[in-house]
Every structure is written in structure tokens, then in C-alpha cells.
Design a protein around this ligand. Structure first.
Ligand SMILES: Nc1ncnc2c1ncn2[C@@H]1O[C@H](COP(=O)(O)OP(=O)(O)OP(=O)(O)O)[C@@H](O)[C@H]1O
Length: 375
């Protein structure tokens, strides 16, 4: 598919502070892309730069093959929705949707037809004569969405549109936005700090940290192949287990020796210390009779169970390395049916094994922390 939006080496400085450092990427026609990152990482600044609401310090932005870097917002082709809805409080729902159209000189009859079409699209026909303060948060955000889309822009910009809504409305509206986006085929960029939202909604996610892009990929790529420790930690839950290489074939976790899985062979330098990163759903409890197997045929590690949290479809079991109580917790997600069979109990010693295909390794940060403390 064709590139619709291209960001080329964009830098944004506020005085001495660099909010965006040489940002480059492209978005394809019809794609739904999320900018995801912690507070202050620069995602809103990037969205505002695309809208022309924030002039960039250097670099260029192209939309539909045309350079728009220095165009004022009113000459750019986008619709925008903010977290705060930003509806006109003194206008009814239908007038809020109509105002952009009449300002653009759309004739009254066509304007009414378009307003009707959008009211239907967002399911608020019976609310047409209400004022914003007579609507729920979710309804107001749907009006804001209709207003942004009524002018048929080429690009839809969504700045944390779901953040102000409660959990249930949020999940519902996120499905509605996705359906609408697919139906219209409109290229969409959404800013969010909510990783679950980004994973559920986006075709591709741009993960940002401190003004730089850490990774761009599909939700599955970001989740399964995090390009950096930051991404691994920020998206989903990840266990980081201190590990050291003994030789080409053996690695040590706590007091347990394990064979080195194929995916970590390139790290097999003796003495090398790293953190083995593994998601809670890629760990499992070994059968109880193997708990004292000194040969460790299961390639597993001994842990102590610290807490068991019921989560509905699964149990989240918090463990600690059996012989290293200073190590951080290791979380294991156990599907509920399996949990019933395992009969786990608190303070019990068990062994946990890994799904070897879902392992990652990142440089250990423990050493650095120790060095800082020592200094
Ligand atoms: N007008 C401004 N003047 C000075 N610094 C600014 C300005 N706008 C943003 N910044 C700084 O730029 C950095 C990025 O801000 P930005 O709002 O883009 O972050 P964000 O990732 O969207 O965070 P949040 O989720 O909290 O909105 C922050 O450190 C912020 O303090």
C-alpha cells in the first residue's frame, strides 16, 4: 500500500530541551497507527507537529506526497479529536457536527444530510437536539469523532480520545472507533499511554521513549519480539530473571543449572551476565513429583510461591527464586483449569519451566545498580 504520511528526520526543541530527536517513519494509506509511550516521551508533540499545531525545529513532514511542514493547521487535511472532547457547549449535538461543514461553505441541505448521516453513524440520532452537558462522556466523544470526520479529512488524529472515559465505555468506544476506521479506510494516528489500548486497536505501534522511537511494529511484533529492554518492560508484563552463562551449554539461574536454549546461543560467553526476559504466560509449573529432581531434566528453576491472585480466566502466581529472596518477583500466569489441577499453595516450593521459543535476553541492570550504590 502507498505511503500516506512521511515524517523525515523531525526534531522539536523547546528552548534547550529536545522533545523529539530525529524522528523518521512512514504511515501507509488506511493504516491505524498508535504512538505509545510513557508520559513526557513526546507522543503528543509529534501528533501536534503533524497537525501543524506545533512548529518543528527541523526536518520535514509529507502528507499524500505533498510537503506540509510549514503549512498552518487550517491548510492541512486532518480531523482531530482530543481527550477533553472540546465540543462547543452552547451548540446542540447536530450544530456541533454541522459547524465545520457550514464554515467550509457546504450548502444547508447538504449540511443537514451529512449531519443526519453522521448522527446515524455514531448512533446518536435521538440526541441531536441535546447540548454537550446533557450527554455522557462516551456520547460526547462520539460527537467529537463525528465532527472531526464530517469534513471527510484524509487523516484522523486522535489525542488520547478514551482516557477520560470509564473502563467499560472505553472498551466499547474503542471497538466502535476501530469499526468506523476500517469502514471509512481513513489513515489514523492515535496517541495513547495505554499499552492494552494500542495492542487492541493499532495496525502498527510506534513505541516512544524520551523523544526517540524505540520500535515500530505490529502489536504482535512489539509484544513477542521487543527490540529493547524498554519495550519489553513497557508493553505487557515481563519477568527479568538474573542469569549467568557458565559455558556454551550451561547457564545458571539462582542455584539451578539449565541448558542454554538455541535462541540464546549467541550469548553463550562464559561469565556473561544478563537478564532472561520471559512473559508470565510463557512460564509453567512442573509436575509436583519433579520438584526434587536434582538432574533438572525439565530445565526448570526452583521457586517459592509468594502470592496467588485470581484473575478470572487465569491465576497470577507471584514467585521468588527459591535461594535468592533479594531477587525480584517472577510472575507466572496459570490458566484456571490448570491451576485447579496444580493445587498450588502459598509458601510452597515448586519448579517452573520455560517456553524456550519465547525467551529474550537483555543486559543486566543489576550490576549498574550495585555500582551506583557502592559509589
Ligand atoms: N510548550 C512546551 N514548552 C516546553 N516543554 C514542552 C512543551 N510541550 C511539551 N513539552 C515537553 O516536551 C516533552 C514531551 O511532551 P509531550 O506532551 O509530547 O509528552 P507525551 O508523551 O504526550 O506525554 P503525556 O502522555 O503526559 O501527554 C515533555 O517533557 C514536556 O514537558
Amino acid at each position: 500500500m502507498q505511503t500516506y504520511l512521511h515524517i523525515d528526520n523531525v526534531i522539536k526543541q523547546f528552548g534547550q530541551f529536545t522533545a523529539l530527536q530525529q524522528i523518521s517513519f512512514s504511515i501507509k494509506q488506511g493504516e491505524f497507527v498508535c504512538f505509545l509511550g510513557p508520559s513526557g516521551c513526546g507522543k503528543t508533540t509529534l501528533l501536534r507537529s503533524i497537525a501543524g499545531l506545533e512548529p518543528v525545529t527541523s526536518g520535514a513532514i509529507f502528507q499524500a506526497g505533498k510537503e506540509i511542514t510549514h503549512l498552518p493547521p487550517e491548510q492541512r487535511d486532518f480531523g482531530i479529536v482530543f481527550q477533553s472532547y472540546a465540543l462547543f457547549p452552547n451548540l446542540t449535538v447536530q450544530d456541533n457536527i454541522a459547524i465545520g461543514l457550514s464554515n467550509q461553505g457546504v450548502a444547508a441541505l447538504e449540511c443537514n444530510q451529512l449531519v443526519d448521516k453522521w448522527l446515524k453513524m455514531i448512533g446518536l440520532q435521538s440526541e441531536a437536539y441535546k447540548y454537550p452537558n446533557q450527554l455522557s462522556g462516551g456520547q460526547q466523544q462520539r460527537v467529537a469523532l463525528a465532527r472531526a470526520l464530517a469534513l471527510s479529512p484524509g487523516l484522523l488524529l486522535l489525542d488520547e480520545p478514551l482516557s477520560a472515559l470509564d473502563a467499560k465505555v472505553r472498551t466499547h468506544l474503542r471497538e466502535e472507533i476501530c469499526q468506523l476506521q476500517r469502514k471509512l479506510g481513513i489513515t489514523t494516528v492515535m496517541v495513547t499511554h495505554d499499552q492494552e489500548e494500542a495492542l487492541a486497536m493499532a495496525d502498527r505501534i510506534v513505541v516512544m521513549n524520551d523523544g526517540v522511537i524505540e520500535q515500530i511494529g505490529t502489536p504482535q511484533e512489539i509484544y513477542e519480539k521487543p527490540a529493547s529492554r524498554f519495550v519489553a518492560d513497557f508493553v505487557g508484563t515481563m519477568n527479568f530473571i538474573p542469569t549467568s552463562m557458565i559455558d556454551n551449554n550451561l547457564m545458571r539461574i539462582g542455584e539451578d543449572l539449565l541448558s542454554v536454549p538455541e535462541s540464546l546461543q549467541e550469548l553463550a560467553i562464559s561469565g556473561c551476565m544478563f537478564d532472561l526476559a520471559v512473559r508470565p504466560e510463557s512460564l509453567y509449573f512442573c509436575a509436583v513429583e519433579k520438584a526434587n529432581d536434582l538432574n533438572n531434566k525439565d530445565n526448570s528453576i526452583a521457586v517459592n510461591i509468594e502470592s496467588i491472585e485470581f484473575q478470572g480466566a487465569y491465576c497470577q502466581v507471584e514467585c521468588r527464586l527459591w535461594d535468592d529472596f533479594s531477587a525480584s518477583s517472577i510472575y507466572v500466569n496459570v490458566p484456571i483449569r490448570e491451576a485447579r489441577k496444580l493445587n498450588l499453595s502459598l509458601q510452597e516450593s515448586r519448579r517452573i519451566g520455560f517456553d524456550n521459543t519465547q525467551l529474550h535476553a537483555y543486559p543486566s541492570i543489576r550490576k549498574a545498580v550495585k555500582a551506583v550504590i557502592a559509589a
